[in-house]
Design a protein around this ligand. Structure first.
Ligand SMILES: Cc1ncc(COP(=O)(O)O)c(C=O)c1O
Length: 495
């Protein structure tokens, strides 16, 4: 037996993805079938009976993902939330209690509160960075599961995986980690002591925003004297929220390039975060940036220890102008499409409190209305930064009462130009910025805004960092802000 373990990218391409033995097809076929002919009663040809129980395309994807997470077994589901539901269903009984990191996906909270709550499951949310709070929240007679996301959604908080695992196991609890944001390319929680990992494979694993899916990967831990794997396999089969063959094919194809993509997502996100942090430090429209790759992130060192190869593609920020500025910002970008979800090759932007984290509204954990989440894609980072800078300019100019027009320079130019007119009668008509080369865009776009700043000396641009409230606390009464969008003639048209 060889002692050699192939590297991550090699496993991503080959594990569970051997060529079709019948035809030699390099890509294993999609077994789009519900059932399988038997040679005699209960004599199966290749172990498959019915696709809810097993299907070769699903099995190939499960093996591939399992090899990347370093797990014992993996199970694929129809969505990330179906995977979470199946994992909880495998182990929880009425009366049980769950401790969950407080910064976590809104749908996970809805699942615990509104689906599992009526079945007698209670939960307590704790700050994921505070292990004493985690320990204190455990109820000796009831807590069965500790659950955390790291990096978390949407504040990019970091939980100490080894610490959580130790607290869980000392109390006889199972420890589950949602690894959607990092993906196994950057972090493998089973190596830090987790008992199971869940994924929304809709995100980085699928990677192209063209498939919904979820997965559970378990260690070889035992639960009530039997492998946890058996309990999850039973929930998958008996409750039946399985991933279909076509979806598994797409997820498996995505997984083959996961390492490459996530490295690019991470590199781009770090540059975007640095750009936004510079804006925050200059008091220029941004109040705060959340990204574990920034040295200023409170848990940067912990993130660097338990993640490798990057810090992921999600960056969040708070707009200095509050809710009004955040709402305007998310509609002012062009390359960043306004949409929920993340992890696809294209960049997306969203307002979590209204979109992804709606279930937390009206609770103490409601997400602040000035928070914007970016899913940074793999486009040229200069174009992404130019897009964000232009959108910040639009927000700032409109807050000053300026009239803003977005001018599309035509096919082939990635980022449209902004024409800004000062609010005073003595108008400052800035020239349309013709689409410059990508590397020059960042420098050239603020020019029209500078004209507005010069024309309105009474109003100063400023952020939280210069002590006072910024000038854009709400829409100015005489705002005539307007962004015109021309016909979608270029490939990056707003989705
Ligand atoms: C961290 C996290 N976990 C789970 C989910 C649920 O996944 P799905 O939408 O595939 O059901 C999401 C969805 O956004 C998520 O962001």
């Amino acid at each position: 037996m060889s002692l050699y373990t192939p590297g991550f990218d090699t496993r991503a391409v080959h594990a569970g993805q051997a060529p079709d033995p019948l035809t030699g097809a390099v890509v294993p076929p999609i077994y789009q079938t519900s059932t399988f002919i038997q040679d005699d009663v209960n004599v199966l040809r290749a172990g498959h009976e019915y696709s809810r129980g097993s299907n070769p395309t699903r099995g190939g994807f499960e093996e591939q993902l399992c090899a990347l997470e370093g797990g014992f077994k993996a199970y694929a589901f129809a969505s990330g939330i179906a995977a979470e539901d199946a994992l909880l269903r495998s182990v929880l009984r009425p009366g049980d209690h769950v401790v969950i990191g407080s910064d976590s996906y809104g749908g996970t909270n809805r699942l615990l509160r509104d689906v599992w709550g009526p079945w007698g499951i209670t939960h307590t949310a704790v700050p994921a960075g505070d292990l004493d709070a985690v320990r204190a929240a455990i109820r000796r007679d009831a807590t069965a599961v500790l659950w955390v996301e790291t990096p978390s959604n949407p504040h990019l908080g970091i939980a100490d995986l080894a610490g959580w695992a130790q607290v869980a196991h000392e109390a006889g609890c199972l420890f589950f980690v949602d690894n959607t944001f990092a993906s196994p390319a950057l972090q493998r929680p089973l190596e830090w002591g987790a008992d199971a990992v869940v994924h929304s494979t809709t995100k980085y694993i699928g990677g192209h925003s063209d498939v919904l899916g979820g997965a559970v990967v378990v260690s070889d831990v035992e639960f009530l004297g039997k492998p946890l794997a058996d309990a999850v396999a039973f929930a998958q089969f008996a409750a039946g929220a399985v991933a279909g063959p076509q979806d598994c094919f797409l997820a498996a194809r995505g997984l083959k390039t996961l390492g490459l993509r996530v490295r690019q997502h991470s590199a781009n996100a770090l540059e975007v975060a640095r750009f936004l942090e510079a804006k925050a430090l200059a008091g220029d429209g941004v109040a705060e940036v959340f990204y574990p790759g920034l040295e200023s992130h409170p848990d940067h060192r912990l993130a660097a220890r338990q993640m490798s190869g990057g810090f992921g593609g999600v960056v969040s920020l708070r707009l200095a102008g509050g809710e009004a500025a955040a709402r305007r910002f998310v509609t002012a970008t062009e390359l960043f499409g306004l949409s929920v979800s993340l992890g696809g090759v294209e960049s997306l932007i969203c307002l979590p409190t209204e979109m992804t984290h709606g279930p937390l509204r009206g609770t103490p954990r409601e997400i602040s209305a000035d928070l914007v989440r970016l899913s940074v894609g793999i486009e040229d980072v200069a174009d992404l930064i130019a897009d964000l800078e232009r959108a910040l300019d639009v927000v700032a100019a409109e807050a000053l009462g300026a009239r803003v027009e977005v001018v599309r320079p035509g096919v082939g130019a990635a980022v449209p130009a902004v024409r800004v007119q000062a609010p005073e009668a003595e108008a400052v008509e800035a020239d349309t910025v013709a689409a410059p080369p990508a590397e020059a865009r960042r420098e050239s776009l603020p020019a029209p805004l500078a004209a507005v700043r010069a024309a309105v000396p009474a109003l100063k641009f400023g952020g939280m960092h210069d002590g006072g409230r910024p000038p854009f606390g709400g829409r100015p009464s005489r705002a005539v802000g307007r962004v015109e969008r021309g016909p979608a003639t270029w490939s990056g048209a707003r989705r």
